[in-house]
Design a protein. Structure first.
Length: 221
């Protein structure tokens, strides 16, 4: 394990929804450089909520979230570091909003200041890597669930994140595409948090597994 601070660290984090339901109760978690870890847990245990907490999209009631060693409390704190973290949402429709695939994949790089030509070159490289070049000019909302999932991943990878967070990435994928996804993610040298019910992808991809249960994260035995 590295001696540098964790890339993502949650210290005694507690969170409850507006209706009072608690999904984190003095929860602790760290992701270090070079680590690929998985978090699993029952439906509704709070995995997606936890990822939203990491991204600063849910406000915690106590504890501390640190990104790249910096304590983040305000929206301004999170927005400084959020761009370095690639979150692939559980529902690709939350991620994709442009008319065509290439526009969706280019959106992030353009936002990061690349020229249109540079953004297209980057986006095409990523689509090729994901075996999805043929989708480039498709209408996004007409894609199948599995195709949308691959395009959502492409739109995140095109921004060259330093860490990748994946929420149920293999949902809707057929066996071939799930295998391809595993090999692509394995090849990426990015640290990664994988939230997945899919034991196969977890077993192939990560070296450490955690379980989220009753608002805390435990090592999975
Ligand atoms: N905005 C909200 N207000 C109230 N409850 C919410 C809200 N968002 C989520 N919840 C509840 O919080 C709990 C955790 O939801 P979350 O989506 O984080 O679980 P999950 O572990 O990702 O589930 P799954 O495995 O089904 O994707 C669920 O009971 C959910 O209904």
């Amino acid at each position: 394990m590295s001696s540098s601070p964790p890339i993502i660290e949650l210290k005694d984090v507690s969170y409850q929804h507006a209706d009072g339901s608690v999904t984190a109760d003095k929860l602790n978690f760290s992701l270090f450089s070079g680590q690929k870890v998985a978090i699993s847990g029952k439906n509704g245990s709070g995995k997606s909520t936890l990822l939203a907490i990491i991204m600063g999209l849910r406000k915690i009631i106590s504890g501390e979230v640190l990104l790249f060693g910096h304590s983040c409390r305000t929206e301004a704190d999170f927005s400084r570091f959020r761009t370095r973290i690639g979150l692939v949402f559980q529902d690709p429709d939350d991620q994709l909003f442009c008319p065509t695939v290439i526009e969706d994949v280019c959106f992030g790089p353009l936002n990061q200041g690349l020229t249109r030509t540079e953004a297209i070159v980057t986006s095409r490289e990523i689509l090729k890597q994901l075996n999805a070049s043929h989708l480039e000019n498709k209408i996004t909302y007409q894609l199948s669930g599995g195709q949308k999932r691959i395009v959502a991943l492409a739109s995140v990878l095109a921004m060259k994140p330093e860490v990748l967070i994946l929420d149920e990435p293999s949902n809707d994928l057929d066996l071939d595409n799930a295998d391809r996804l595993i090999s692509i993610l394995k090849e990426l040298s990015l640290p990664m948090i994988l939230v997945s019910h899919d034991a196969d992808i977890r077993a192939h991809l990560v070296e450490k597994e955690y379980l989220l249960e009753d608002g805390v994260i435990r090592n999975k035995s």
